[in-house]
Write a protein that binds this ligand. Structure first.
Ligand code: FAD
Length: 480
């Protein structure tokens, strides 16, 4: 008998729930990955994001070859491709890991219905999270709308251990005769391949992810709390792509940190706990999206669905192109545009700036992030944007508005981060680094940073826009 294992956002062999369950059945396995047009050909997915994903698929293909198996890679609609494969292989079982986004849920339901009616056994497995939506409910049997009580319950629950790696497993005899795309690359989809060392395909595979985890646990985990808010220092794990594409499992990450916690002393304990809290945020947002699929497009808080955003094209374009005149915002946007990743503190600052200073609808910013971020995860992106725009689950009121100058001064105190991404500020004295427009003209000339010539003036006045944002939110609330 034959079992198909369908790889989606779990591109690894280590600690893989669906593969583990399939191997346990003792059946011959057909590993498959389907490249759906809605992702690979979508204009909403940038070249770099696609490159990272396809590189991870390529790495999985190589790893399966080393395990004596083969990854069947096909283009098309998942249901049709799977139906075709079932016909070709005579498989009677299908295993996959569950995904909680609205699109994935409806696709998987269709697949399940179609196959169950044909007598194919279909099993979805828990793998993307430690605790699935629905596992953590309040006394009234409802999901938690606020993070802190969710976290408290999450922490008390027992956690699954990592599954052993499936080093060798029986592969379906005829697998070499099956049609499969060879090592997918972005050019196949009419995209441009990103150039440079940082885009080497091997950096996006399972080995690189495991290496990154090891390095983080050894070097930065113990000081995570102290360093995590400063974009100018390497203080966070940078595991978000690995967790998004599933080149690393959440069980592996959690247990690596939990084991370190057993050995930790003093401040190290708070650091590791703070890292674990971020993993809980990841699961919190998965459950918010699961129970509130409308948040893909609409405000979680209905009173803020109708904020009268100005939506000025020109301001949105300045933000996207790192030309707002606020160094911390522009440097952050350059980090995003150049590397496909942005530090968490900067995601909050740029999202707050777009919505509360530029008065552009959060959905435009969220779509821009989704295109550029290689770690884009619908649940976290929606959660992060709605948190920043004050339309989400956050109990903080909408009048928390980040000041881009004081945020820069607090979290990039030596200006190292802004100088890295905005070399034009290289010689600007520290006191002006986050507000270069205040430099006297002679100093602007001396430092090679003349405002309006070498670097743009601030595109809006923060104090004025703050007042306007407050009144727009107030009006939306009153209208509701
Ligand atoms: P670490 O600080 O090392 O955290 C470890 C892991 O915890 C991360 O890799 C991530 O999986 C998870 N995590 C951390 N913070 C959060 C959070 N606030 N919400 C959910 N999960 C979290 N994260 C994404 O993975 N994908 C996104 O598309 C995404 N979009 C965001 C948009 C906005 C506006 C904001 C404010 C945040 C967003 N985040 C997103 C959350 C967070 O910024 C990133 O997870 C983090 O910066 C990734 O870097 P890291 O791996 O070094 O994180």
């Amino acid at each position: 008998m034959t079992a198909i294992v369908w790889f989606r956002r779990d591109l690894r062999l280590h600690d893989h729930a669906a593969l583990h369950k399939a191997v346990q059945t003792g059946e011959d396995i057909v590993p498959v990955c389907i490249l759906e047009d809605r992702f690979c050909r979508s204009e909403t997915v940038g070249d770099r994001r696609l490159h990272a994903f396809l590189s991870a698929v390529g790495a999985l293909e190589t790893n399966l070859e080393h395990a004596g198996s083969r990854l069947i890679i096909r283009h098309g609609e998942s249901l049709q491709v799977l139906e075709q494969l079932i016909q070709e292989t005579g498989a009677d079982k299908l295993f996959y890991n569950r995904d909680y986004s609205p699109f994935a849920r409806s696709r998987d339901e269709q697949v399940e219905m179609a196959f169950c009616s044909k007598g194919v056994f279909v099993q979805g497995c828990k793998d993307l999270v430690l605790h699935e939506p629905g596992e953590i409910m309040n006394k009234q049997g409802k999901e938690y709308a606020v993070f802190t009580p969710f976290r408290r319950v999450w922490q008390t629950l027992p956690k699954d251990r990592p599954f052993p790696i499936a080093e060798k497993f029986p592969t379906w005899d005829g697998i070499t005769d099956l049609l499969s795309e060879k090592a997918p690359v972005v050019e196949q989809f009419g995209r441009e391949k990103p150039l440079g060392e940082q885009w080497k395909p091997s950096l996006f595979g399972e080995e690189a992810a495991r290496q990154r985890l090891k390095q983080f646990i050894e070097e930065d985990l113990y000081r995570y709390k102290e360093k995590r808010d400063f974009p100018g220092v390497e203080g966070t794990s940078r595991l978000s792509f690995a967790l998004q594409a599933g080149t690393l499992s959440i069980r592996t990450v959690y247990h690596a940190a939990a084991e370190a916690l057993l050995e930790a002393r003093g401040d190290e304990v708070a650091s590791i706990e703070s890292f674990l809290t971020e993993l809980i945020w990841r699961e919190f947002y998965q459950q918010v999206l699961f129970f509130h699929p409308h948040t893909v497009e609409h405000a979680y808080l209905p009173q803020f669905e109708e904020v009268a955003w100005e939506n000025k094209e020109q301001l949105f374009s300045l933000w996207c192109h790192a030309q707002t005149g606020y160094p911390i915002v522009d440097a952050a946007m350059r980090q995003l545009n150049e590397t496909g990743w942005m530090h968490n503190r900067l995601r909050m600052i740029t999202a707050s700036f777009l919505t509360k200073d530029l008065l552009v609808d959060w959905r435009a910013g969220m779509a821009y992030f989704a295109k550029q971020l290689i770690d884009c995860d619908d649940a976290a992106n929606i959660g992060g944007w709605q948190w920043s725009a004050s339309t989400g689950t956050d109990p903080q009121p909408y009048f928390r508005i980040f000041n881009p100058v004081s945020q820069g001064e607090k979290f990039d105190p030596d200006g190292a981060f802004v100088k890295k991404y905005l070399p034009v500020l290289q010689h600007v004295p520290l006191q002006y680094i986050h507000k270069p427009w205040e430099m006297p003209l002679h100093l602007q000339e001396q430092t090679g940073c003349v405002i309006g010539l070498d670097y743009p003036p601030p595109c809006v006045d923060h104090a004025q826009r703050r007042k306007l944002a407050l009144s727009l939110f107030q009006e939306a609330r009153d209208r509701h």
